[in-house]
Every structure is written in structure tokens, then in C-alpha cells.
Design a protein around this ligand. Structure first.
Ligand code: NAD
Ligand code: UDP
Length: 323
């Protein structure tokens, strides 16, 4: 395998830091770029002494000038409480960030992968969601800054591909969890584990019958890397996620069981436009990437709980008040 110079934007984040780990271990020269809005250096601290790892504080909404062979574009707040905190900035990050990395890819003749999302399907009326489904997004709702920003980024990727022959890849990531999720990101897995470990009430939004399909981060990173290294005639979009579908109430019960907690379930208002169901159709990923998740929810949750038990919550600054 040839050694490449690889840029990971959002590389200090939850998914990005695991991706940097894998790429560094393979011997590539990895440039991790992040503005640390929803992360902190501690996620990649262990990589700093390595000779094949560099860390740059930069905001992807501003142009950047680097020479690289591959770009993984992950920079974007991903948790609802983070991306709704400054929705205009979220939209800028997706759109201007995409333009900046695509411009760099065009100039350097680099391959560039976009971390898109199942949110492009909005509140889906087709179940499970195949890549051909065009989605049901409310363009003026509170989630739109993220959903529409990611949809626009996909448009830019495909237009640069068609107009400028940029070598692109687009992955649509479904709910992913694991160690290094920000403990105060307000996402359901981090909230439930934090609450269960502290013996606090578990906050279920709505009646808990809405569903999500949860993918363990190692499985996801494997899928992302297979997509980057896959054939040039399969650019995506491709769904990456675990097909195991759970109600939010089931997730809460599993978190309580695995934490050995006595926490009680409490019910809160359902946020606006909260998708009722979500499950990936991963036929394409199976066919083109020979990829499918291997880690079941109970096993992934146990590893995540172990990590939450190992951290000191006081070391983490809540990026926004929305958790
Ligand atoms: P995260 O918030 O942990 O990571 C995002 C990283 O991007 C953070 O380190 C943050 O500081 C950085 N960032 C944000 N805005 C930036 C900017 N303007 N300039 C530079 N850096 C910036 O979230 P994550 O879960 O690791 O998500 C990574 C990517 O995967 C995101 O693009 C997200 O949309 C996508 N994704 C994640 C999930 C999931 O369930 N984790 C699902 C779908 C899509
Ligand atoms: N959720 C919940 N309690 C929480 C946090 C989230 O019931 O403390 C619900 C939320 O309303 C949604 C689901 O869990 O239905 C997943 O939420 P998350 O923010 O993790 O991701 P997304 O909605 O973007 O899939």
C-alpha cells in the first residue's frame, strides 16, 4: 500500500479521531484539521507524538492551502443541540466547507470524501431508506440548517464531479456511537449513558416509540475507508449504518441494564421535526464495498459505557447549553 498525505477535516471530533487513528496506524501522513467547536485536543492527544500526524486549528469556512492526496471532509457539528446552536454557522460549515475542500481537491487532483448523513432523508416516509429515496426534509425547520446544508454539500460534490472531474465519494452516515462521543453533546446515546451511570432520570423525548439504528464507530470507520479506497466508478451516495432498529425506549432500557442502574424513565416533549423512524438499507454497501456492521448494539454499548466510566466529566467543556 502506498503512503498518502491525507487531510481529515473535523479530525479531532468523535468519528474523525477514530479515522485518524486508523490512517496513522496504516502509516499515512495524516493532517487533522479542526476548529474544536465540538471537540477537544484530548481526542487526538495520543497521536501528537507521532511523526506522521499533524494537527491544525482552522475553520473550514475559510479557504485553506495544502497539498494532499486524499481528503475526508467531516468538519460539521453533528448533534442536534450543537448544529442548532448557531444554525447559520452550521450551514456555512457544510456549504463553504464543501466548496473549500472541493477546490483543494481540484487543485491537487486529490480524492475527496464527504461525510453526509441519513438526515438528508428527513422524517422518512419510506422504510428502510435506500439511497434512491429523495427524502422528506422540512426546509424551514430547526433541523434544516444541518439537513439542507448536507444536501447542498452533496449537490456541490456531484457538480464538481460532473463539471470538473473531481474524484469524489459521498457516504450517508446513520446514527453512530462509541468512545469519544462528547459526553455533553445531547445525543441520545451519550445522554442515556451519562444519566444511567449517574443514577439520574433518563430523559425520553416523546413517547419513546421513535426508532433509530445505531452503528458502532469502528464499523463506521471501516465503511468510510472502504468507500474512499473503493472503485472510482462507485462514488455513492452510499448508506453506512447498522440495520438493527430500536425504539428509543428500548435503548433506554438497554442502557439501564448494561449500566446496572436504577434510573427511572421520564418523558419530555418531542423536539420539532424529530424523525419517527430511521433504518438504513445497506444493499449498496454490501454489494460494492463488501461491508456490513459486525458489532451488535449490546456489545458496542458496553464498550462505550466502559469509556464513559473512564473519563472525568469535569475535563469536558459543554460546547453549547443544549444538552
Ligand atoms: P463531532 O461534533 O464529534 O465532530 C465534528 C468535528 O468537526 C468536531 O471536531 C468539530 O470541532 C469540527 N468542526 C465543526 N465545525 C467546524 C469548522 N467550521 N471548521 C473546522 N472544524 C469544525 O461529530 P461526529 O459525530 O464525529 O461527526 C463527524 C461527521 O460525520 C460530521 O460531518 C457529521 O455530520 C457526520 N455524521 C455523523 C453522524 C453520527 O451519528 N456521529 C451521523 C451522520 C453524519
Ligand atoms: N432523544 C431522547 N432523549 C435524549 C436525547 C435524544 O429521547 O435525551 C431522542 C431524540 O428525540 C431522537 C432520538 O433520541 O428521537 C435520537 O436523537 P439524537 O439527538 O441522538 O439524534 P438524531 O435525532 O439526530 O437521530
Amino acid at each position: 500500500m502506498s503512503i498518502k498525505r491525507i487531510l481529515v477535516t473535523g479530525g479531532a471530533g468523535f468519528v474523525g479521531s477514530h479515522l485518524c487513528d486508523r490512517l496513522c496506524a496504516q502509516g499515512h501522513d495524516v493532517i487533522c484539521l479542526d476548529n474544536f467547536f465540538t471537540s477537544q485536543k484530548s481526542n487526538v492527544e495520543h497521536l501528537l507524538p507521532r511523526r506522521n500526524f499533524e494537527l491544525i486549528r482552522h475553520d473550514v469556512t475559510h479557504p485553506l492551502w495544502l497539498e494532499v492526496d486524499e481528503i475526508y471532509n467531516l468538519a460539521c457539528p453533528a448533534a442536534p443541540g450543537h448544529y442548532q446552536y448557531n444554525p447559520i454557522k452550521t450551514m456555512k460549515t457544510s456549504v463553504m466547507g464543501a466548496i473549500n475542500v472541493l477546490g483543494m481537491a481540484k487543485r491537487c487532483n486529490a480524492k475527496v470524501l464527504q461525510a453526509s448523513t441519513s438526515e438528508v432523508y428527513g422524517d422518512p416516509d419510506i422504510h428502510p431508506q435506500p439511497e434512491t429515496y429523495r427524502g422528506n426534509v422540512n426546509p424551514i425547520g430547526p433541523r434544516a440548517c444541518y439537513d439542507e446544508g448536507k444536501r447542498c454539500a452533496e449537490t456541490l460534490f456531484f457538480d464538481y464531479h460532473r463539471s470538473n472531474r473531481v474524484n469524489i465519494r459521498v457516504v450517508r452516515i446513520f446514527n453512530t456511537y462509541g468512545p469519544r462521543m462528547h459526553p455533553f453533546d445531547g445525543r441520545v446515546v451519550s445522554n442515556f449513558i451519562r444519566q444511567a451511570l449517574a443514577g439520574e432520570d433518563i430523559t425520553i423525548f416523546g413517547d419513546g416509540s421513535q426508532t433509530r439504528s445505531f452503528c458502532y464507530v469502528d464499523d463506521l470507520v471501516e465503511g468510510i475507508m472502504r468507500m474512499m479506497n473503493g472503485p472510482d466508478d462507485f462514488v455513492g451516495p452510499v448508506n453506512l449504518g447498522n440495520e438493527g432498529e430500536f425504539t428509543i425506549k428500548q435503548l433506554a432500557e438497554e442502557a439501564i441494564r448494561l449500566c446496572g442502574s436504577k434510573s427511572k424513565l421520564v418523558y419530555r416533549d418531542l423536539p420539532a421535526d424529530d424523525p419517527k423512524q430511521r433504518q438504513p438499507d445497506i444493499t449498496l454497501a454490501r454489494k460494492h464495498l463488501e461491508w456490513e456492521p459486525t458489532i451488535p448494539l449490546s456489545e458496542g454499548l458496553a464498550k462505550t459505557i466502559e469509556w464513559f466510566q473512564s473519563i472525568n466529566l469535569a475535563d469536558f467543556r459543554a460546547p453549547t447549553p443544549n444538552y
